[in-house]
Design a protein around this ligand. Structure first.
Ligand SMILES: Cc1cc2nc3c(=O)[nH]c(=O)nc-3n(C[C@H](O)[C@H](O)[C@H](O)COP(=O)(O)OP(=O)(O)OC[C@H]3O[C@@H](n4cnc5c(N)ncnc54)[C@H](O)[C@@H]3O)c2cc1C
Length: 456
């Protein structure tokens, strides 16, 4: 089979690239390959009753398939250059914001209308944060919610399926350059294309690394974020979440001057497991539908670790820490903040008696046996700092789940067109190391599609 464009990965990057390439029905033949399932077949077996924790499915339905890692995400599209990736460093700040707004327009047309856009512009909370050594970053955020996000994806699939050949449950094993393009290998077949867009996200990070080695595309990797997911009664954070929904707050620790930041805030949401290459970590999301809302808010507190020479394997470092929590807890560990401070593990009984009722069945344990001291100290310092703007954050009953890891894919050597040194081979989305969010990944897909169509 020969295509004009093959897209590897059906996450937001791949989907928006396919959308833009085919929206005007130019005579382009496009195929999308994904190692995961089609949208309707994606289902995580954890039901909280029969199956309580991750059973390591062959492909993780939370991370793979149509919609990518974004399908069961909270659908928070942050329109900002301040976080979520460094796309603007390649394509310019104005273009990046323009494309993120364009993605938002598409989301609204495909089922997201009526959802709320929050903004930090002019908020009084900025001042309160600054007075307490906390820096509230500027952003607009569209919150689709997991349910609306799913509807948008379904509607996008319905129009794409007639224009694009989708190959689900079909991992791409290799990509080789040919005289007039690329040969894309799967376990059983070979497909040819003139241009190839790789958008394999975080779940494809190991494969991406191997491919870069075999195609001699340079990479670099030196950052990882490690921390915990905090869960507390929604009322405690309501001043922030009612006005901003998601607030990205950065704190510089006094002890080590490390940066600790809030990440992925889910008002009235749930905490979930995430499986990356067999390692179970924690994440969270929330629904737009009020009947699915819980009484809790959750968010991550992450400490960024940048490594210098000679160490290069930042993801390997974080994986080892996450593995330690998997070894001690059989998966994710949960601990009351009060227990952590008193230097004791949480037990089933203490969790049962806790005021905050956990939304994830995790193993009660001791995070101080898992997280390096420097990281744990930073998290504790930030919890006390947040307690000043959201009193109650440092209550004994606040739950901490670990480990949350934000793996950064190694940065793939791409130019400002997001193209590798192999002409016609583009790497976009989280798999490129350039983006780390729905809106940046989606915008990178639109950008590359327009490059290929010759309109950028
Ligand atoms: C639970 C959860 C909640 C999140 N919430 C938010 C949020 O609210 N806001 C936000 O901005 N971000 C959120 N994120 C992050 C966001 O989902 C990602 O940044 C985004 O999905 C990246 O898009 P992508 O297209 O680059 O990659 P992905 O979405 O990861 O998609 C990559 C796709 O490539 C496929 N693939 C991988 N390797 C291969 C291969 N060899 N062959 C074929 N296919 C392959 C995978 O199966 C996957 O479907 C969340 C993530 C998770 C897991």
């Amino acid at each position: 089979m020969k295509y004009d464009v093959i897209i590897i990965g059906a996450g937001p990057g791949g989907i928006f690239a396919a959308y833009e390439l085919t929206k005007e029905n130019r005579d382009l033949s496009v195929a999308v390959f994904d190692s995961g399932h089609s949208l309707e077949k994606r289902m995580c077996p954890i039901d909280g009753k029969k199956i309580k924790s991750c059973i390591n499915c062959k492909t993780c339905s939370i991370m793979s398939g149509f919609g990518g890692a974004g399908a069961f995400s909270d659908g928070k599209y942050n329109i900002t250059n301040d976080f979520g990736g460094s796309l603007h460093e390649h394509i310019g700040k104005q273009k990046a914001i323009e494309l993120m707004n364009y993605v938002d327009d598409i989301n609204m047309r495909f089922g997201g209308e009526g959802t709320k856009m929050y903004s930090t512009a002019g908020t009084y909370l900025k001042k309160i944060c600054l007075q307490n050594k906390l820096n509230l970053l500027d952003a607009k955020v569209r919150h689709l919610g997991t349910d609306k996000n799913f509807i948008v994806l379904k509607n996008l699939y319905d129009i794409l399926k007639d224009k694009v050949d989708f190959y689900f449950d079909t991992p791409v094993t290799d990509v080789k350059n040919t005289d007039d393009g690329f040969c894309v290998h799967t376990v059983t077949s070979e497909f040819f294309c003139r241009k190839c867009i790789i958008s394999v996200g975080r779940s494809g990070s190991n494969w991406m690394e191997k491919l870069c080695k075999s195609l001699k595309i340079p990479t670099k990797s030196n950052r990882v974020d490690i921390g915990v997911r905090v869960e507390l009664p929604a009322e405690i954070f309501s001043a922030l979440t009612d006005e901003l929904y998601e607030s990205k707050i950065v704190y510089r620790t006094e002890k080590f001057e490390d940066s600790v930041r809030t990440f992925c805030m889910n008002p009235n949401g749930i905490v979930v497991n995430e499986n990356t290459n067999g390692i179970v970590t924690v994440n969270g999301h929330s629904y737009e539908d009020s009947s699915l809302k819980t009484k809790n808010t959750n968010f991550a507190l992450l400490v960024s670790k940048h490594f210098s020479e000679p160490f290069k394997d930042s993801n390997g470092y974080a994986e080892s820490i996450a593995r330690l929590s998997n070894m001690l807890g059989g998966g994710v560990i949960v601990q009351r903040f009060g227990d952590l401070i008193r230097g004791r593990r949480s037990t089933e009984k203490r969790i049962e008696e806790n005021i905050t009722v956990p939304t994830l069945a995790a193993t009660p344990g001791d995070l101080s046996l898992v997280l390096p001291k420097r990281i744990l100290d930073g998290i504790i310092e930030m919890i006390y700092a947040l307690d000043k703007v959201a009193p109650g954050t440092a209550n004994d009953d606040t739950l901490l789940y670990g480990v949350e890891v934000k793996f950064y894919n190694m940065e793939v050597g791409i130019d400002d067109n997001l193209e590798t040194k192999l002409k016609g081979l583009y790497v976009i989305g989280d798999g490129s190391g350039v983006t780390h969010s729905l809106s940046h990944a989606s915008a990178s897909g639109i950008f590359v599609a327009r490059q290929i169509l010759g309109c950028e």
